[in-house]
Design a protein around this ligand. Structure first.
Ligand code: CP
Ligand code: NVA
Length: 332
C-alpha cells in the first residue's frame, strides 16, 4: 500500500468500513472484559511486522504497534539509528533481508522512491507509513472519521458505501503528502476538494495528474479545484482541513514558509468570511502547530474532529494490516 491510488473505490470503501466496524466490535468486547472478537483475535499470531521509521512519529508508530499487538502479532520498531535504511547498505539489500524474516514492512521514509524501492525488492507486503508524497493510513482514518461524523448508520460489515457523495472538503495550507492521498480518496469517493495554497506551494504537476487519474472509472468523481485564496476554497465547504506548514525535512525553510503562509491560518473568522456551511467541521492529521489553526478552532468541541481522527489511526492500521497481511491483499 503505497498510496490510496493503489486502491479501487470499492477497496478503499471496504477498508474504511472495516476500520469502523472493528472499532465498534473491539470496544464493545473490551467494555465487556473480553478479548478482541474474531476475525481479529489471534489473526497475526506468529507474524512479525518490521516498522522501519526514518522520521519521528507518535500516531503512526503507536497505532501500528497497537494494531499488530491487538491481532496477536509482534511489532518490531526499527528507528533510524537502529538499522541501515539506505545508509551503509542499499534499500534493495535491506528489503530482501528484512522481508525474508518478517510478514510485513511498514516504512516511514523521506523520498517516496525509498518506500517504492523497498516494496520493489520485498517478498512481503509493504505499507507506506508516510513518504514525501503520500500518507495512505492517514487517509483511511480521515475518511473513517468523516463517515462516522456524518453517517447515522451503525457500523456494519454489510454496509457498502460511505455515503459521502456531494460533500465538500476545503484544504487550506501547504499542498503536502497528507493532502495528496486525501485528494485521491476524495475524487474516488465523489467528494469535492478545494485546495488553497500560496503561490509556489501548490500541487506539483505529477501529483495533480495522479489525483485526476483517480477519477477513471468512477461514475461521479469528486472535483479538484485549486486557488491561492483561502475564502474561495472555503465557500460552501462541509469540512475544513489543514496540516503543518513545515513538514518533516523542511525545517531549514521554516522562516520562509511561515512568511509565505501568512493569512492561511484557519480561524472562525476565516470560516465565516469564506462562507463555510453552518455546520462545518475541522480536521488535522496532527502533530499540530499553532500557526495553521488557532486554539479556538482546534479545541472547538462542536466542530473539531481532531482527536477522534487521531484515535481512528488505530482502526485504520487494524483494517490495513488485516487486508494486506492476514488476508494477503484481498480486501474483504
Ligand atoms: N498523523 C501522523 O502521521 O502523526 P505522526 O507523525 O505522529 O505519526
Ligand atoms: N505533512 C506532515 C505530516 C506528518 C504526519 C509531514 O510530512 O511531516
Amino acid at each position: 500500500l503505497m498510496s490510496i491510488s493503489d486502491l479501487t473505490p470499492a477497496e478503499f470503501t471496504r477498508l474504511v468500513l472495516n476500520a469502523s466496524s472493528h472499532k465498534k466490535a473491539v470496544k464493545d468486547a473490551f467494555a465487556a472484559g473480553q478479548t478482541p472478537p474474531k476475525p481479529l483475535h489471534g489473526a497475526m499470531t506468529g507474524k512479525t511486522v518490521a516498522m522501519m521509521f526514518s522520521k519521528r512519529s507518535t500516531r503512526t508508530r503507536v497505532s501500528t504497534e497497537a494494531a499488530v499487538q491487538l491481532m496477536g502479532g509482534h511489532p518490531m520498531f526499527l528507528g533510524k539509528d537502529d538499522i541501515q535504511l539506505g545508509v551503509n547498505e542499499s534499500l534493495h539489500d535491506t528489503s530482501v533481508v528484512i522481508s525474508s524474516m518478517t510478514s510485513c514492512m511498514v516504512a516511514r521514509v523521506g523520498p517516496h522512491s525509498d518506500v517504492a524501492n523497498l516494496a520493489a525488492s520485498s517478498s512481503v507486503p509493504v505499507i507506506n507509513a508516510l513518504s514525501s508524497d503520500f500518507h495512505p493510513l492517514q487517509t483511511i482514518a480521515d475518511f473513517q472519521t468523516i463517515h462516522e461524523s456524518l453517517s447515522s448508520s451503525t457500523p456494519s460489515p454489510s454496509l457498502n458505501s460511505l455515503g459521502l457523495e456531494g460533500l465538500k472538503i476545503a484544504w487550506v495550507g501547504d499542498s503536502n503528502n497528507v493532502l495528496f492521498d486525501l485528494a485521491i480518496a476524495s475524487v474516488k469517493m465523489g467528494v469535492d476538494i478545494a485546495v488553497a495554497s500560496p503561490t509556489g506551494y501548490g500541487i506539483p504537476d505529477h501529483i495533480r495528474k495522479t489525483i485526476l487519474a483517480a477519477a477513471e472509472g468512477v461514475a461521479k468523481p469528486g472535483k479538484l479545484t485549486e486557488t491561492t485564496i483561502p475564502e474561495e476554497a472555503i465557500k460552501d465547504a462541509d469540512i475544513l482541513v489543514t496540516d503543518t506548514w513545515v513538514s518533516m525535512g523542511q525545517e531549514e525553510e521554516a522562516k520562509k514558509r511561515l512568511a509565505a503562509f501568512k493569512g492561511y491560518q484557519i480561524t472562525h473568522e476565516l470560516a465565516k468570511r469564506g462562507g463555510a456551511k453552518p455546520n462545518w467541521k475541522f480536521m488535522h492529521c496532527l502533530p499540530r502547530h499553532p500557526e495553521e489553526v488557532d486554539d479556538a478552532v482546534f479545541y472547538d468541541k462542536e466542530r473539531s474532529l481532531v482527536f477522534p481522527e487521531a484515535e481512528n489511526r488505530l482502526w485504520a492500521a487494524v483494517a490495513a494490516l488485516e487486508a494486506f497481511v492476514v488476508n494477503k491483499g484481498k480486501i474483504l
